[in-house]
Write a protein that binds this ligand. Structure first.
Ligand SMILES: Cc1cc2nc3c(=O)[nH]c(=O)nc-3n(C[C@H](O)[C@H](O)[C@H](O)COP(=O)(O)O)c2cc1C
Length: 343
């Protein structure tokens, strides 16, 4: 619940976005131990494969025994309906009642094969896929989409198609695929979509702080579902802040340190070789540093680290001593990850 400027209390539903390489089961489990405010998480995508190739390691991230404390929706990427049906059925057998179809991934390697956002210019393929799949899967279906692959107008051919099906929700990240993560989110196009949709809509994109969230809520009054990715990665207190309206989180550095130390130890147990572990933690610091005063200076040092001893010394000294949380929850820099990542 959140107290709005007009003093009315309105509920909203907050989901953790799938961020491949980051919001995996290991992260989600620890997040649920240390922080609050997320209702559910969409897991990073799983590729459709032929029945012979699917084994438990392929779906390790969503296995119930690997997930504790956070409700999860598996996400599937692919354009072959048989593979999708097999995976969705497997998810159902594991106890999931909903799966999400990824129509947003912009990575050229994915999109050029007409998967993820690569399907968006082909409404007839999307319709045929949904016609084939929906009657044959035992789960419900939600979809995560961008507004187009190359052009924002693509979404308007898709909305009447989505409306034909009993989708749980349509999550819209209002960028095109070719935009990757550059440029602004296209709020006007998102706004135009709203009256055209008969299914529940979730907004996703660039929610980094309380003020940006309040502005979006005020503009899109009919939207009550929100999906947040990099904002949470950078500031894991963000869901608590959005729910309470209170930007000063007591003991934030201490709480963050406890989370960080658990994350580090969990990856130490999972990854073999110190360089894998260091690289993994560096990738998280690409986001973490933004929530600290002088985080840029720290991040420059972290980027140069090549031994675990150095990593533990530098982060330990910082989090145990000098660190000051940017209390507004507002990252100093805009968050645009490298476009080379498979997003
Ligand atoms: C490193 C990274 C990995 C991502 N992995 C996925 C993914 O597996 N599935 C997906 O639908 N979106 C993925 N995305 C997109 C996010 O879920 C989200 O749509 C995007 O980051 C915009 O939301 P945000 O501004 O709140 O981060 C990824 C994004 C990033 C930066």
């Amino acid at each position: 619940m959140i107290l709005q400027h007009d003093n009315s209390v309105k509920p909203f539903f907050l989901s953790l976005a799938p961020l491949r390489g980051f919001t995996n089961a290991l992260y989600r489990n620890l997040y649920a131990v240390h922080f609050q405010g997320i209702d559910t998480a969409i897991a990073p995508f799983i590729n459709t494969l032929s029945a012979k190739q699917i084994n438990r390691s392929h779906i390790k991230d969503i296995l119930p025994e690997n997930n504790h404390g956070m409700s999860v929706v598996p996400q599937i990427i692919g354009n072959d309906s048989e593979g999708f049906i097999q995976l969705a059925t497997m998810c159902h057998d594991l106890g999931f009642d909903t799966v999400n179809w990824n129509l947003g991934c912009p990575a050229p390697m994915v999109a050029n094969k007409r998967r993820g956002s690569g399907l968006l210019p082909h409404p007839e393929s999307i319709e045929a896929f949904l016609d084939d799949v929906l009657p044959r899967i035992p789960t419900r279906l939600s979809i995560k989409t961008r507004i187009g692959r190359k052009k924002k107008e693509e979404i308007f051919k898709l909305l009447p198609i989505f409306n034909q099906y009993p989708l749980v929700e349509l999550i819209i990240h209002p960028r095109t695929g070719v935009q990757m993560y550059t440029g602004e989110v296209d709020l006007s196009t998102f706004e135009e979509c709203l009256p055209l949709l008969k299914i529940p809509v979730t907004y996703n994109g660039d929610i980094h702080d309380y003020d940006s969230f309040v502005k979006l809520r005020e503009r899109f009054k009919t939207v009550s579902r929100w999906l947040i990715g990099r904002g949470v990665l950078s500031n894991p207190f963000l869901p608590e802040i959005l729910r309470s309206g209170e930007e000063n989180i007591p003991r934030s550095v201490e709480r963050f340190k406890n989370f960080h130390d658990d994350l580090f130890e969990a990856y130490r147990a999972e990854l073999s070789g110190q360089s894998h572990l260091i690289d993994k933690m560096k990738s998280y610091w690409l986001y973490f540093f933004r929530s600290f005063e002088n985080g840029e200076i720290l991040f420059k040092k972290i980027k140069k680290i090549s031994t675990l001893k150095k990593y533990e010394d530098i982060t330990g000294n910082f989090l145990g001593g000098d660190a000051i949380w940017r209390c507004s929850g507002r990252p100093a820099l805009s968050i645009h990850p490298s476009n080379s990542a498979c997003l």
